[in-house]
Write a protein that binds this ligand. Structure first.
Ligand code: C5P
Length: 310
């Protein structure tokens, strides 16, 4: 493919996610753990603007911790653009501008959203015209959460979290997110989980290499029932995240005291996601946490995956 881009500028928006259920099984030989998870995309977004260029470059800005994001080949959006170029045999480059709103290393898939957005943006910028299935396949090579950021909505993830099936979800769920100034590294949290499991040792069975999402989680989503969903929120990584950040448990308790139905650590943390019964109670929970000096955001889900803004 020649390097002539078909348009000059493409703007794509991709959502952050919460894992409303995250079951972690055993570790495969490639280091990845078997997962059964339910993702929900929420109204906190990464914007990626792709402009025609001869070389590859990336800039990052946004209120949250933009300095912590690498600008070289460790950047997932840059990797996504290069992977797409290689797959399409495209010989030009792209200048990517990332406008962040999802916390960096927060357990909400911000880097994965950047990668998904970059794939969609470069596909449009270069006129590559890859099918959704082909983009999904490239996304899975970039990271376990990247296919979901393409897909959005509410979905069950199995395998490494990258094998997706849409989940029926009715209505809208209101969440208050409590963010942290300092992120947690996802691999470190998974390692911590392995250590905790080793300590429990001989008493416990080996974690399974294939697992399922419990039916009550899917029923709660299908009926749009926040009270029922609150009762089935679960995250196997939570103990490991709390081991590193014991204050997260107090944040959850504080949110529940302020009126949240329940709360969990989001993904590998340290963001805490508090599920609320309606927008008004979410507003009250957000205000109470802000008054206690915490960064709290009111978001809702599900929302669509990576899409081009016109
Ligand atoms: O795929 P992604 O880059 O998001 O994963 C980051 C890290 O999280 C992996 O390198 C691995 O340590 C851990 N991980 C895991 N099992 C999964 C997904 C992620 O152990 N299913």
């Amino acid at each position: 493919m020649s390097s002539a881009a078909s348009v000059e500028r493409v703007h794509v928006r991709a959502p952050g996610k919460i894992n409303v259920f995250l079951g972690v099984g055993g570790r495969h030989d490639d280091g990845y753990h078997a997962l059964a998870t339910v993702f929900q995309a929420v109204s906190l977004y990464e914007d990626v603007i792709a402009r025609a260029a001869d070389d590859f470059s990336v800039t990052v800005r946004g209120a949250v911790d933009a300095d912590a994001v690498p600008l070289d080949d460790r950047n997932l959006a840059m990797r996504a653009a290069k992977l797409l170029a290689a797959a399409a045999d495209y010989h030009g480059g792209v200048a990517l501008e990332i406008r962040k709103s999802v916390p960096v290393a927060g357990g909400m898939g911000g880097g994965s959203a950047d990668a998904a957005a970059a794939l969609v943006a470069c596909d449009a910028l270069w006129g590559t015209g890859f099918s959704p299935a082909r983009l999904h396949e490239l996304a899975a090579r970039l990271g376990a959460d990247v296919p979901f950021a393409l897909h959005g909505g509410t979905a069950v993830g199995t395998g490494r979290g990258d094998q997706l099936n849409p989940a029926l979800a009715r209505g809208r769920f209101d969440w208050v997110l409590v963010t942290s100034d300092e992120g947690l590294s996802t691999p470190v949290v998974y390692e911590q989980l392995d250590l905790l499991r080793e300590e429990q040792g001989a008493l416990a069975d080996d974690p399974p290499l294939s697992l399922d999402v419990p039916i009550p989680v899917l029923q709660a989503l299908r009926s749009g029932d926040a009270v029922q969903l609150a009762a089935s929120l679960h995250n196997d990584l939570q103990a490991a995240a709390v081991h590193r950040r014991p204050d997260l448990e107090e944040t959850i308790r504080r949110g529940i005291r302020a009126g949240a139905l329940h709360g969990i650590v989001s993904g590998s943390g340290p963001t805490v996601a508090l599920l609320c019964g309606d927008p008004e109670s979410a507003q009250a929970v957000q205000t109470a946490l802000q008054q206690a000096g915490r960064e709290a955001l009111h978001v809702h889900g599900p929302v669509p995956g990576a899409r081009i803004l016109v």
